[in-house]
Design a protein around this ligand. Sequence first.
Ligand SMILES: *[C@@H]1O[C@H](CO)[C@@H](O)[C@H](O)[C@H]1NC(C)=O
Length: 144
Amino acid sequence: MCRLVHVLIRVEFSVFSLFTVEAPQSLYTVEYGNNVTLECTFPVNGKLKFKDLGVSWEKKDELKQVYVLFKGEEDFKAQHSDFKGRIKLLKENLNLGQSLLQITDVKLRDAGDYRCLIEYGGADYKTIHLKVKGILCDLQLSEN
Ligand SMILES: *[C@@H]1O[C@H](CO)[C@@H](O)[C@H](O)[C@H]1NC(C)=O
């Protein structure tokens, strides 16, 4: 009897300690040329252990690498040329369990689905959709 209770408690504990990534906002709309910051959150208990952390953002539809941080080190080698010089991850926010990806000078081709993946003990991801409003396109359409 005692053993059974012990087993049940262990099972419940493992269910509640599943690692999950959340996206507080799943759709962002930004005007061409502006900046946008996409957000994912993940559980951090106590002080963040950078050595155990892996963060990646990729553009899902075309499998373009946007950002990679592995064991606390940023790695831009595989970053797609579309994003060169326009990506910043706000690293200080990782301590709070936030993976904030800042894209500056947003282009029309930035529109699409972004996958935010986090490895920290467990691993999980969420998908975020980015819409880009093109002022120039709207003007051209209204002239016809
Ligand atoms: C976008 O961010 C960059 C770098 O932080 C800044 O220099 C620029 O003024 C921002 N642009 C807009 C439209 O807010």
